[in-house]
Design a protein around this ligand. Structure first.
Ligand SMILES: NC(=O)C1=CN([C@@H]2O[C@H](COP(=O)(O)OP(=O)(O)OC[C@H]3O[C@@H](n4cnc5c(N)ncnc54)[C@H](O)[C@@H]3O)[C@@H](O)[C@H]2O)C=CC1
Ligand SMILES: O=C(CO)COP(=O)(O)O
Length: 320
């Protein structure tokens, strides 16, 4: 049996198809845009990867039924805002399939595995996350990720499918922690871009990353996630990658921020912001950094003013 990637033909879905195909795992990529499908099947190229030619053994289709035939596993790599709707639209066709979530974000104030509970049993669900730019994966640059599932047989099976000499897969049972870390690092990456755009010093940046990790930890632990996840690849690993690299769309959005949110392409932190505020409110967790980032984007607060506001909070009680 093979693996279907209802990925919309986007960059992460294609990179994961590349990883699986490299291991001789049969893959089929689904995309809704027929022109994109025709171009890919003819030339094996994608607008997301300049001049890169994919192996011709990776096939794309615009028929979801064809994509799902002969496959026991789906790797979902559309943006977070599209994930729940896509699963709802194919729910009758996927009840016997394993599902790997790869979108990094929150929806309706919740993590995706929670939102998808009505459609996917937790024993058939896993989450793939970690520091992994698609553009580096297709160049076979060494990349380490985590696959988390409550079903250890499933995470081991997927570890086998994905692992290669350039793609190293660790397993975890902390679905909640891995999902929250992946979602939140995108928001902190926007803030990190704001700071670098303002040419703050390394002192400020190091403090920002440390405090972001601390704030992330508050919500992860509150929701039942594990400290080891926070200190692992999907936690501090992806935070470091995304908060320090212009390859990150979230970081670049923050770095070049000009008040416009309408033209941002797959800046998942933007979609997650209101959702994390909703979650923080619900579980009564103080998230001053997330709030400051939200004020800069949606209330036109200047970056400097928001940093200043955080300094005005009462003196810290602990040295962390
Ligand atoms: N690109 C990367 O390096 C990585 C991305 N991710 C995550 O993967 C998710 C997807 O991101 P990318 O592939 O990078 O985005 P992308 O922008 O490269 O591609 C998204 C694709 O989804 C399609 N799409 C959008 N809405 C759709 C819908 N309703 N139905 C069907 N297709 C739809 C678009 O047409 C596009 O082809 C995001 O949550 C991102 O955080 C995770 C790790 C690495
Ligand atoms: O999640 C990613 C790398 O781990 C990709 O980050 P961006 O979505 O910010 O480009």
């Amino acid at each position: 049996m093979g693996i279907t990637l209802p990925a919309g033909g986007g960059s992460w879905g294609l990179a994961l198809a590349f990883v699986l195909n490299n291991n001789n795992v049969p893959v089929k990529v689904w995309a809704r845009d027929e022109k994109q499908v025709d171009l890919f099947n003819r030339e094996h190229t994608s607008k997301y990867f300049d001049s890169f030619v994919f192996p011709s053994s990776i096939k794309m289709t615009s028929s979801i039924d064809e994509a799902l035939s002969n496959s026991d596993t789906l790797v979902l790599s559309v943006p977070v805002r599209a994930t729940v709707g896509l699963v709802e639209s194919i729910k009758d066709k996927i009840h016997d399939k394993n599902v790997v979530l790869t979108a990094k974000g929150l929806d309706n104030g919740e993590i995706l595995s929670e939102r998808l509970k009505p459609y996917i049993s937790s024993l058939k669900l896993s989450v793939l996350s970690g520091p992994s730019f698609a553009s580096e994966v297709i160049q076979k640059k060494t990349t380490c990720v985590v696959i988390a599932s409550e079903n250890s047989d499933l995470s081991k099976e997927l570890q086998n499918d994905f692992s290669s000499d350039f793609f190293r897969v660790y397993t975890s049972d902390d679905v909640v922690g891995v999902e929250l870390c992946g979602a939140l690092k995108n928001v902190y990456a926007i803030g990190s871009g704001f700071l670098d755009g303002k040419k703050v010093g390394y002192n400020t940046k190091a403090s920002y990353l440390t405090r972001s990790l601390h704030e992330l930890g508050n919500i992860v632990l509150n929701r039942g996630g594990k400290e080891t996840t926070l200190l692992g690849l999907s936690g501090i690993g992806d935070l470091i990658l995304t908060c320090t690299s212009p390859t990150s769309r979230n970081y670049s959005f923050g770095y070049n921020f000009n008040g416009d949110t309408t033209t941002a392409h797959t800046v998942e932190g933007l979609y997650t912001l209101p959702n994390i505020l909703e979650m923080a409110d619900k579980y009564k967790i103080d998230m001053p950094i997330v709030k400051a980032i939200n004020s800069i984007i949606f209330n036109n607060e200047p970056v400097e003013e928001c940093m200043h506001l955080s300094q005005k909070r009462r003196h810290p009680e602990h040295r962390r």
